[in-house]
Structures are given as C-alpha cells and as structure tokens.
Design a binder for this molecule. Structure first.
Ligand SMILES: [Zn+2]
Length: 251
C-alpha cells in the first residue's frame, strides 16, 4: 500500500496517507448521499454529499489516531495511518508488548468512534432546536450522518475477525489465558477465516435471493478478510518475517 498512497501530512509525528482506493469510497459516499437528497438542487446535494464524505474521512482518521496514541502510551510507535477501500489502518512498528496493551490499543478506536457517535447525535439534537431554516436542516443531517457513520465504525470494528479490532481483543484474551501470543494469533486468525467464509456465503446467498448488487460488497469484504486471516494464520507457521516492517493494526 505504498506506491499508490498519497501522503497528506504528518500529525503527532505520524504520516497520514490516502490510498487511491479511498477515492472510490469518497465518490460512492458522495454519490449515494446526493442521490438521497433529491429535494435539493443537484449542486447543493453533491456539495452536501462531499462534505459528509469528508466528515467520514475525519471520523476514520480519528479512529486510527485513537489506536496510535494509545499504542504510544504502551511504547509502541505508529509509522503511518492510511485510508483505503475498506477503511483505515494504523501501521504499528511492532507488536504490543502485553495482552493488556493489545486490548487497550484495540479498544481505543471503537471507544472513540462510539463517543463521537454520541457527540454527533447530541449536536444534531441541539442544532435542530437552535438553528433555524435550511442551514439547521443541513447541519442536523450532517450530525445524523456523523452519528450513524461513527456508530457503524464502532460496532463493525468490534467483529471478532482478527486483525480487526474485535479480533485483536479476542487475541489479547487468548494470549492472556494461554500465555502464548503465537498460538493466540493462530486461533484468532482461524476464527477470522471462518467469519470471512460465512460473510462470503451470506453475501452470495443474499445477492442470489434478492438480486440486489449491494450484497456483492459483503462478498468483496469477506474475500478481503479471508485473505487477511489467511496471511496472519500462515505467518504463525513461518519464522519471524525478516523483511516485513510494520504490523498493520486493525481497520
Ligand atoms: Zn480500529
């Protein structure tokens, strides 16, 4: 994820970049939201969709920074935060030192997303009462979108499919119980493979039953998770990867 990644800048001494595939997300979010706002002139609808897509970008970056800054507290550096087709990734320079550190680092992202969802919801309620007219409606819609997006970020990332956040919490628990990081990783990765296969199967069945192309997305996501789980599982058999630098931390 290097050559097609554009560096936007550095924050807290961490490189923030965007992979070209994020542009697909940006365009899709803008388009889908603008299509849903048929009551507005097209220009305004697309402008609003674009602003919401930027807000989603900021939400994902904030989620990743929560991981990175908590990791720093445990002495683990993060070299980069990158946004791509399936969300964001914080690349930690090394594995967390203890199961406790792993769990805190993994939980930090969803916890911040949940907080942001609640804050956006509160802001939405406040704006609807205090700001009159169309700007009040627009701000209220933006707040609703932010609340929904951050809520989804919090919940979806807690799915126990390693190396997603929920899978990392599971690995931390197994690591703590078994006192062995490698076997905890192997078990978590196998659970993730099972989850990914179920997601692919559900996506295919739903797509066939409803003839709705949206379910193809679940298949694509499932294949991505399958590949990740498979790579992690394989890595537990191999000797420590010499050339590999950086541990991709949860989306
Ligand atoms: Zn996360």
């Amino acid at each position: 994820m290097t050559r097609q990644t554009v560096t936007l800048g550095r924050l807290f001494d961490i490189r923030v970049g965007v992979h070209v595939s994020w542009l697909v997300v940006y365009a899709l979010v803008t388009y889908a939201l603008a299509r849903g706002l048929e009551m507005l002139p097209a220009g305004q609808a697309y402008l609003f969709g674009g602003v919401c897509a930027l807000a989603l970008f900021a939400s994902v970056v904030a989620h990743e920074f929560a991981h990175a800054l908590v990791a720093r507290r445990f002495g683990v550096r993060t070299s980069a935060i990158t946004l791509f087709l399936f969300g964001g990734v914080a690349t930690l320079d090394e594995e967390p030192p203890t199961p406790r550190a792993e769990a805190w680092i993994a939980l930090a992202g969803p916890a911040l997303s949940a907080l942001l969802a609640v804050a956006a919801f509160g802001l939405m309620a406040l704006v609807e009462r205090t700001v009159p007219g169309r700007s009040g409606i627009a701000l209220g819609l933006l707040g609703a979108y932010l609340a929904l997006a951050n809520g989804v970020l919090a919940v979806f990332n807690l799915v126990p499919a390693y190396p997603m956040d929920g899978g990392r919490v599971l690995r931390a628990l197994l690591w703590h119980l078994r006192r062995d990081r490698l076997s905890a990783t192997a078990i978590s990765a196998r659970i993730a493979i099972g989850f990914a296969l179920a997601l692919v199967a559900a996506g295919v069945l739903c797509a066939m039953a409803t003839r709705n192309a949206i379910y193809a997305w679940y298949v694509v996501l499932g294949v991505f998770l399958l590949r990740q789980g498979w790579t992690e599982e394989r890595a537990t058999h191999a000797p420590a990867p010499g050339g590999e630098s950086g541990v991709p931390a949860a989306a």
